[in-house]
Ligand binder design. Structure first.
Ligand SMILES: Nc1nc2c(ncn2[C@@H]2O[C@H](COP(=O)(O)OP(=O)(O)OP(=O)(O)O)[C@@H](O)[C@H]2O)c(=O)[nH]1
Length: 391
């Protein structure tokens, strides 16, 4: 395959990616969802136009097919790197990649204005493209040791391809006649093939990474409450299970508190659901401040929370519950024009040797109901079945 055909393949390849992405985003827009990959989509658009212009070299005026085409190509690769940094949760590209892009366009355009030989311009362009590709690989390489195999493969293959593209540019300028068995045609072929693999790798890599990220988020939401960012019922049960097993052995007990905000429904009814959400989030922050690092708070649903206190006796757990009750009562939540004062009822128990998750939560829940029936804003202990401890 000659180089011109490969350049055409690059233009068409990027164009078809743009089309696929357009229809994908169109569907999301119709469903009322935010655009999924704006920066990456822009990168593909810039690259499609750039490769198209490069293909038309000789047909269109030089200023379109040389400086403009390369400026668009650099922008496309800079945006590719940006998309990867965005995906990694860092938008630093604005600070670093944009000035680098400006400098690259300036240097290349300067070289063209100064009438530098084509081989030297190719060297500049190759180094620039390689640089941006490595910048993208750097985003993927963050947290290498914890990274997935896909991520590691993409980092290594990106580095390899970037080096091949840079080598092609530099060898074209430094060894125009080739060297030993390395003919100029081989150098060009390897360089352009590397660019083609870059396009494919970047497309499949980005899409697979997006899917990997979405899957990780779905897995997280299986066990974490999206609103308050604490474990949900399932996540909380999972963490509690080993402690239930440990309770069969003598040693320090593990205690459980169940907390329910009093008359929370009224908050929703009077101020609306978003304010209710704000109260729930504030509630979690207040409780967490009263807990040790080894304690775990989870949301069972609605305005009901559970707190697991490892190596804590019933008496100590009651003290913690009381501290939480006072902290909640002393926490006014500011929302819009209102200041909302909340109280909470809490049921406390300790894991017994013969407990299952069901029996444990049943006992804690009974204590909570006792606290509610005794007038709310109080702590009740389960074991004795005694009434509320404090009002
Ligand atoms: N804002 C908000 N409200 C929620 C959410 N989940 C459940 N709710 C609401 O929380 C309320 C739960 O109220 P309950 O725990 O039964 O409390 P209550 O009946 O008002 O008061 P008590 O009798 O003291 O427990 C219901 O109105 C639910 O609609 C949520 O994620 N956000």
């Amino acid at each position: 395959m000659d180089i011109k055909t490969l350049v055409l393949a690059l233009a068409l390849g990027n164009l078809s990616l743009c089309a696929a992405l357009f229809f994908f985003e169109q569907e999301r827009r119709r469903a009322g969802l935010a655009a999924a990959s704006t920066t990456w989509g822009m990168a593909k658009q810039f690259q499609a136009v750039a490769w198209g212009l490069l293909y038309l070299r000789g047909t269109l005026p030089d200023f379109l097919t040389i400086p403009l085409a390369n400026a668009l190509l650099f922008t496309g690769f800079a945006l590719d790197a940006s998309a990867l940094w965005e995906q990694a949760g860092r938008r630093v590209w604005r600070r670093y990649l944009l000035p680098a892009l400006g400098a690259a366009i300036g240097v290349f355009t300067g070289a063209w204005l100064l009438d530098m030989p084509a081989a030297e311009r190719i060297a500049i362009a190759s180094v620039v493209i390689g640089f941006f590709f490595i910048a993208g690989a750097a985003a993927l390489g963050r947290g290498w040791s914890a990274g997935t195999l896909l991520r590691r493969y993409l980092v290594l293959s990106s580095l390899l391809l970037a080096l091949a593209v840079m080598a092609r540019g530099l060898l074209t300028a430094l060894l125009p006649d080739g060297w030993s068995w390395v003919s100029p045609a081989l150098i060009q072929g390897v360089g352009i093939a590397a660019l083609y693999l870059m396009m494919l790798g970047s497309a499949f890599g980005y899409l697979l990474l997006t899917r990997e990220k979405q899957q990780a988020e779905l897995d997280r939401l299986e066990v974490v409450d999206a609103l308050t960012d604490v474990p949900n019922r399932r996540g909380f049960y999972q963490t509690l299970t080993p402690w239930i097993a440990l309770a069969r052995r003598p040693g320090m007990p593990t205690s459980l508190i169940i907390l329910n905000l009093d008359h929370f429904k009224r908050v929703n009814d009077n101020y609306g659901h978003p304010v209710g959400d704000k109260v729930l989030k504030a509630m979690v922050d207040v409780c967490k401040k009263q807990l040790r690092d080894s304690d775990l708070m989870g949301r069972l649903g609605g305005a009901e929370f559970a707190i697991q206190l490892p190596r804590t006796s019933l008496e100590d757990a009651i003290m913690v519950a009381e501290r939480i009750r006072l902290a909640v009562a002393a926490m006014p939540v500011k929302a819009d024009k209102a200041v909302i004062n909340m109280t909470a009822s809490l049921g406390v128990t300790t894991i017994r040797a013969d407990d299952t998750t069901v029996s444990l939560f049943k006992r804690a829940d009974e204590a909570l109901q006792e606290a509610k029936q005794a007038g709310r804003n109080r702590v009740a202990e389960a074991q004795t079945g005694a009434g509320a401890l404090e009002a």
